[in-house]
Design a protein around this ligand. Structure first.
Ligand SMILES: Nc1ncnc2c1ncn2[C@@H]1O[C@H](COP(=O)(O)OP(=O)(O)OP(=O)(O)O)[C@@H](O)[C@H]1O
Ligand SMILES: [Mg+2]
Length: 316
């Protein structure tokens, strides 16, 4: 079975799993973090608005440091534009930072040429937000899922591997002949996940993997993803603006604001006792059954969020 870490077919089942509950989620014996980020910055220059004035600089990342242990499920949350996708793109070696270092499984990612990043392409894969735009509409599912195998020149029976992966994500292997437009959004994201898993990576990065999907299928796709992470003992870095998603799936979370990490810790702790005013605002903005039952009205909630936001702005 193509070097996968386990042979059982994925169940589409329960998601919630505290990070320390299985040995696979603890730091591996060698102690090397799956992802090690040190003091990362990324500046973009926007296009100039006049001939004499250079375009403004956007500080997308401002000194981000974090470690993700092998087997950990690490969530990144934060408002739109705070730098989450930029961080993931640099982790995946798709962009270079302005300064700082990234190592994946102890090997440097930053400052290397594309040709020398083969280890990264084999060990780390990305699932994007919008499966419609990330899947080539002219390719059949079999070729889409096999693409990383072809790109990395991995041998073996590609057709058998594709069938195995489609089953693992809960699709009938017979769909391999179809094109992306013949699927629902949720099914397309399952195909994206199958493609990401094709080279048996140890690390999966997922950038808002369910936010483009209909609410009714979000939980199903999230369960598939979570189940596969469990089955194959993957390390997961999951970006989402939805606190509920990260709380459900991840054992550890980093909260980003304005290109910086303002708070990090075990998910339950960050959610139950947030220390940074911005995190408090995020948590306060999540409607809960408890708040609804206690009669807290939308206006009360909005006022609470405004107060916490103002406090955060004062601290930033
Ligand atoms: N290629 C680019 N050129 C110029 N600015 C960019 C570029 N990519 C990102 N930015 C800017 O960098 C900042 C961070 O963008 P990024 O996409 O990482 O945010 P995000 O947290 O992923 O947001 P969202 O939740 O909306 O996806 C934003 O201000 C964005 O406009
Ligand atoms: Mg983004």
């Amino acid at each position: 079975m193509w070097g996968m870490r386990a042979t059982t077919r994925c169940r589409v089942a329960v998601v919630s799993m505290p990070e320390a509950s299985t040995p696979a989620r603890q730091i591996a014996a060698d102690g090397i973090p799956a992802v090690d980020v040190v003091d990362l910055t990324k500046d973009y220059r926007r296009p100039r608005v006049s001939l004499t004035t250079p375009g403004p600089v956007v500080h997308a990342l401002r000194g981000v440091s974090l470690q993700v242990a092998q087997g950990q499920r690490f969530g990144i949350v934060g408002e739109s534009g705070c730098g989450k996708s930029t961080l993931l793109r640099i982790l995946a070696g798709l962009e270079q930072p302005s300064s700082g270092r990234v190592a994946v499984m102890g090997q440097a990612v930053t400052g290397r040429t594309e040709r020398s990043l083969r280890f990264l392409r084999e060990n780390l894969q990305l699932v994007f937000q919008d499966p419609m735009s990330s899947l080539d509409p002219r390719m059949r599912v079999r070729d889409i899922v096999a693409e990383p195998l072809v790109g990395l020149r991995l041998g073996g029976d590609h057709a058998a591997r594709v069938a195995e992966l489609l089953s693992a994500v809960g699709l009938d292997p017979d769909v391999a002949d179809r094109y992306p437009h013949q699927f629902s959004g949720g099914q397309r994201q399952r195909i994206s996940i199958a493609r990401a898993l094709a080279p048996s990576p140890g690390i999966l990065l997922a950038d808002e993997p369910v936010s483009a999907l209909d609410v009714s299928v979000r939980a199903q796709v999230l369960n598939v993803l979570s189940d596969l992470v469990d089955t194959y003992a993957l390390t997961l870095v999951l970006v989402s603006h939805d606190l509920g998603v990260v709380r459900h799936v991840c054992g550890r979370v980093a909260v980003m604001k304005g290109g910086q990490i303002v708070e990090t810790g075990p998910t339950a702790q960050v959610y139950d006792a947030p220390t940074h005013p911005y995190t408090q605002a995020l948590v306060a903005a999540v409607p809960t059954i408890g708040k609804a039952l206690s009669g807290e009205r939308a206006a009360d909630l909005a006022a609470g969020v405004r107060r916490a936001r103002d406090a955060a702005a004062g601290q930033a």
